[in-house]
Each structure stands twice: as structure tokens, then as C-alpha cells.
Design a protein around this ligand. Structure first.
Ligand code: ATP
Length: 312
């Protein structure tokens, strides 16, 4: 079984092929314990497919997965009792109230009904009284779906596009709730979105999925380092310039790109400092500027400017 601070979910060379579509291609994902993991990808990237496999709603075509350390199907089915999933939308009875919906869930899943009241309280639906779920706003339905997922007091919560369709207030509320569950209850959370900036400041790790492939996994710190301000330098001898500037900006990541050398993150004053240092070296400085790269720009650069799905 998994170590206390081990990995909750791992896939190895995971493929899912439909008749005309490769939905997942060689996906190797690792979700460590205690993270809020943001799975980012455009529509059709394969997010829902991956989450459906994780939740046992469909099987991979090839490849291996480990769930709380379990590699076999029976062991994984057992481990899924430790998970709460909201994928494919919540299965709600529209003519039943929030409380009645949760009661049905308890009966179906053999859960203790004592969990109903605190769960409704947690998601802020404790005063919806006799209102049937069919009359709920989208935000309320999302919260009731979340309550269904939370009812079994899961250690691992999996949510497909939970922020989709929520207004800014609803997004703030849900973010606060997820942070609380993560910090106070130590819950590991995996949530997907097609908008990277939506999960920024919430997720602690990210996986970028594009056309069925996991292009990159990175921590929030790594993402910040790549997305914040960077210094762009182009000279007639970038190798020498790199040697000089690495000493000046030891904490920055130095990358040689087609545009020139990039040091990130840096402060606004970096350009003045760098120009001072390069001035007396005899190098011919062709470009020297501090630029800012937004999250979406980072994402676009990563997927090569192609943010649309392609089923081929
Ligand atoms: P979205 O946000 O639009 O749901 P997604 O990233 O969740 O996007 P998936 O729903 O996983 O993407 O779909 C990945 C690809 O697999 C798409 O090309 C989709 O058309 C295809 N696909 C998904 N489910 C099926 C299915 N049951 N049969 C055939 N093709 C499917």
C-alpha cells in the first residue's frame, strides 16, 4: 500500500482509443498526496477521459494505473471507496431536495446518514429547505454535486470542470471551500479546467494535457517562475552573456530560446542592472528588455500556438 506521503494516482503509458479517436496517448501522470492538482487542456484534450478512467467509469485501452498503490482491478475498486468523484455531472433527482438527494446517495452507497447535515453545511446548502434540486441555480447544483462527492468523507476528490459556468462569486466560494478541504482535512484534490488562469493561485501542481498527451507536469512555483517577468537578452555572444548574467541572477532560470537568452523570474530593475554589467564587456547587445509572460501565453507557447482540439 501507499506510503503516508506517497503518490495517490499514477499512470504508466496510458492509452485510450475510440474507434476514430486516440483520446489519450502515452499518458504518464503522477499525483502526489496532499496536492491540489490542476489538469489543464483545451476542449477535447482528453481530461474527462482520464478522469473517467481514474473513477472506474471506463477502462484504458493499454497501460497501467496505480491507485493508492493498488495495480489490480479488484484492489482499485476497493480504493475507490476512498475517493469522491464528480465527473459527467452529478446524478441528481430533480424533484428531490438537497437533503433527500443525499439520503438516496447514503442508501445506495451504504453510507452513514449522520454525514448529511455536516456535508450540506460544508457546501452551504443547509438552508435550501423544501426546494427541489430541479429549481437550483447552476452554482447550487454544482455544490450539491460536490456534496454527493464529499458524502463518503473521501481522501481524494476528483472534479471535472467544477468551475465551469459559475459566476465570479461562485468561483471564489468554491476555491475557498477546496482550499479548506485541502488544508484542514488534508484532502488531495484533482480538478480539471480548460482555462489555466482559472486554477492559478489554487492548484499546487499542474498537468498540461494537449491532444491526448501530457505535455508537462509542474509545480505552482515552477509555473510562477515561467510565467512571471523575464529578462530577454540577445547579443553577438550569448554564451559569454549567459556566464555574466547567471552570476548576477543566480536564482533565475536561464534558457536559450530562438528569441535570445531568457532569465526568469526577474524584477523590473533587471534590465538596467544587466545593461550596466554588459556595457563594459565589449559584447554587442542587440536586445535587452524585461517582459512579462501571462499564463495563457505560456500555455499557448507550450502547445505551439495550437489551442484547438484535433481528433486525428
Ligand atoms: P471537454 O472539456 O470538451 O470534455 P476533454 O478534455 O474532457 O474535453 P474528452 O471528453 O476526454 O476531452 O475527449 C477526448 C477525445 O475523445 C475527444 O476527441 C472526444 O471526441 C473523444 N471521445 C470522448 N469520449 C468518447 C466516446 N465515448 N466515444 C468516442 N470518442 C470519444
Amino acid at each position: 500500500m501507499e506510503k503516508a506521503h506517497g503518490h495517490i494516482f499514477i499512470t504508466e503509458h496510458l492509452y485510450k482509443e475510440y474507434r476514430h479517436t486516440a483520446a489519450l496517448r502515452d499518458v504518464n501522470i503522477t499525483i502526489p498526496h496532499g496536492q491540489i492538482y490542476g489538469l489543464i487542456g483545451e476542449n477535447g484534450a482528453g481530461k474527462t477521459t482520464l478522469l473517467r478512467i481514474l473513477c472506474g467509469l471506463t477502462r484504458p485501452t493499454r497501460g497501467r494505473l496505480l491507485l493508492f498503490g493498488a495495480a489490480d482491478t479488484a484492489g482499485q475498486a476497493e480504493m475507490r471507496r476512498r475517493m469522491g468523484c464528480l465527473v459527467d455531472g452529478p446524478a441528481l433527482y430533480t424533484d428531490l431536495t438537497a437533503r433527500q438527494n443525499l439520503k438516496v446517495q447514503c442508501l445506495q452507497r451504504g453510507l452513514d446518514e449522520a454525514a448529511i447535515a455536516p456535508t450540506l453545511q460544508l457546501v452551504g446548502l443547509n438552508d435550501t429547505g423544501s426546494k427541489p434540486a430541479g429549481k437550483f441555480s447552476l452554482g447550487m447544483r454544482q455544490r450539491l454535486g460536490l456534496a454527493v462527492a464529499l458524502l463518503g468523507r473521501p481522501e481524494f476528490l476528483v472534479l471535472d470542470e467544477p468551475l465551469n459556468g459559475l459566476d465570479p462569486m461562485g468561483i471564489q466560494e468554491l476555491r475557498r471551500l477546496l482550499e479548506k478541504l485541502n488544508k484542514e482535512k488534508g484532502m488531495t484534490i484533482l480538478l480539471s479546467s480548460h482555462i489555466l488562469s482559472e486554477l492559478h493561485q489554487l492548484a499546487t501542481s499542474y498537468g498540461i494535457l494537449h491532444k491526448g498527451r501530457l505535455l508537462e507536469q509542474l509545480t505552482a512555483e515552477e509555473l510562477d517562475a515561467r510565467c512571471s517577468k523575464y529578462l530577454l537578452v540577445r547579443t553577438d555572444n550569448d554564451r559569454r552573456a549567459a556566464d555574466i548574467l547567471r552570476k548576477m541572477f543566480p536564482a533565475a532560470l536561464c534558457q536559450a530560446t530562438a528569441e535570445g537568452l531568457r532569465f526568469s523570474p526577474v524584477e523590473n530593475e533587471a534590465a538596467a542592472a544587466a545593461s550596466g554589467a554588459l556595457m563594459h564587456t565589449g559584447l554587442h547587445v542587440q536586445e535587452l528588455a524585461v517582459r512579462s509572460e501571462g499564463l495563457e501565453a505560456y500555455f499557448t507557447a507550450l502547445v505551439g500556438g495550437d489551442t484547438h482540439a484535433d481528433a486525428s
